[in-house]
Design a binder for this molecule. Structure first.
Ligand code: GMT
Length: 373
């Protein structure tokens, strides 16, 4: 297969998923072309089967907003022609699916297939905005194949857009070797004394992630058991969170680690992962935690229950219920047998249901079906 994958190159989940898919396809011998405005951070290492094509948008005084979608469509058309591609796979509908549609029209009658993978905010936030609604519905329906990262997201998309085409659910996957504890290099002593626990959270610090809830949960936990909090990521709420940490007198107990390319090493030091989001179509961060044997305490919303099994690999509560979330963490930390069982369950669930072996065959079957149609 010769396939172009278009995605956001930043630390968001959609870019990570697209990059991991690119790596797996390349490892299988397929020719992968990445089309994005920069090299996705997980693809910075050279791979002979992955070619990176960066999109540049010319600056011009008339442009109040640089027309990225047009530059992207042009690049998609050029790369498709030059490398005789079979598929353009757009991750995140806005604007990738629309640019792919435009590229296909430019290239007519060349038979190129367009696949769109919906990740979440492209439907629930950006897509729900009336300024994009029609173009997103159109681009999804014009795709030759559409996937969603959870059953929840599929349902939301069908409801909100009245989509007439089929949407296949293919859950996100992880490389189970990254969670292998035998390759641990994390030094817990860097972040906490030996007798303290480590709680962790990773996100893009957007309001939907409710990172201030993370701090409030941690504050309650610390009143019961000694612990430190690792906060990974950057984003608009970072200053607010720092302020809350300061106000709650937690400065020496909370480590802000910024953006980290591979968080597995840090996760291997953690005892519990916190994900109290108010929106999450899948929760890749939760899966990455489970892969490293870290139970997740978070919210029972969106696609999270498809990943985290309540009372087995973690605990899920309604949004904002920081009291019960803190209690659940305290119970886990005070009960070593239960914590050990949850750790085992988490890793086992990640390996069995979300490993490459479980998910890649679904992708291959999907690509083959789209190509044959
Ligand atoms: O969560 C974000 O804000 C980033 C966003 C993205 O598109 O990069 O994440 C979405 O896609 C991830 C990968 O499929 C999912 O794990 C996240 O749950 C989803 N975020 C939301 O739905 C809020």
């Amino acid at each position: 297969m010769k396939i172009a994958i278009s995605c956001y190159p930043t630390h968001g989940g959609s870019g990570v998923v697209a990059s991991e898919l690119a790596l797996q396809l390349a490892n299988m011998g397929h020719e992968v072309h990445i089309i994005a405005y920069a090299t996705p951070f997980r693809l910075r290492k050279f791979h002979p089967n992955i070619l990176i094509h960066e999109v540049e948008v010319a600056a011009y005084p008339l442009f109040k907003y640089p027309p990225y979608a047009l530059g992207l469509a042009t690049k998609m058309a050029e790369v498709t022609l030059e490398h005789n591609l079979d598929i353009i796979h757009a991750h995140y509908a806005v604007p990738h699916a629309t640019s792919a549609y435009l590229a296909k029209q430019i290239l007519q009658p060349k038979p190129i297939k367009i696949i769109t993978t919906l990740h979440g905010t492209d439907i629930t936030l950006v897509g729900a905005d009336s300024s994009f609604h029609r173009v997103i519905k159109f681009s999804i329906e014009q795709s030759d194949g559409v996937t969603a990262v959870s059953h929840y997201l599929k349902k939301r998309t069908m409801e909100e857009f009245g989509i007439g085409c089929d949407i296949q659910v293919i859950h996100n996957f992880i490389d189970i070797h990254r969670g292998d504890m035998s390759s641990t290099v994390c030094k817990k002593s860097q972040y906490a004394p030996e007798d303290e626990f480590i709680l962790m959270h990773a996100s893009n610090f957007r309001p939907v992630k409710r990172v201030t809830d993370v701090v409030r949960i941690f504050s309650r936990v610390r009143q019961a058991v000694p612990a430190k909090l690792l906060l990974v990521g950057e984003g608009p709420d970072r200053l607010l969170v720092q302020q809350v940490v300061k106000e709650m007198g937690l400065r020496e107990h909370v480590h802000f680690l910024g953006q980290v390319d591979f968080i597995d090493d840090l996760l291997k030091c953690a005892d519990v992962f916190l994900l109290p989001s108010e929106q999450e179509s899948f929760g890749l961060a939760a899966l990455e935690a489970m892969n490293c044997g870290v139970p997740v305490v978070g919210t029972h919303i969106g696609g999270i229950p498809e990943v985290v099994e309540h009372d087995k690999t973690g605990y899920l509560f309604p949004v904002g219920e920081i009291g019960p979330m803190a209690e659940a963490v305290i119970e886990l930390l005070r009960n070593p047998d239960q914590l050990a069982a949850f750790r085992r369950n988490a890793r086992q669930r990640a390996v069995q249901h979300f490993g490459i072996d479980a998910i890649m065959p679904q992708w291959m079957e999907f690509y083959e079906r789209v190509l044959a149609a």
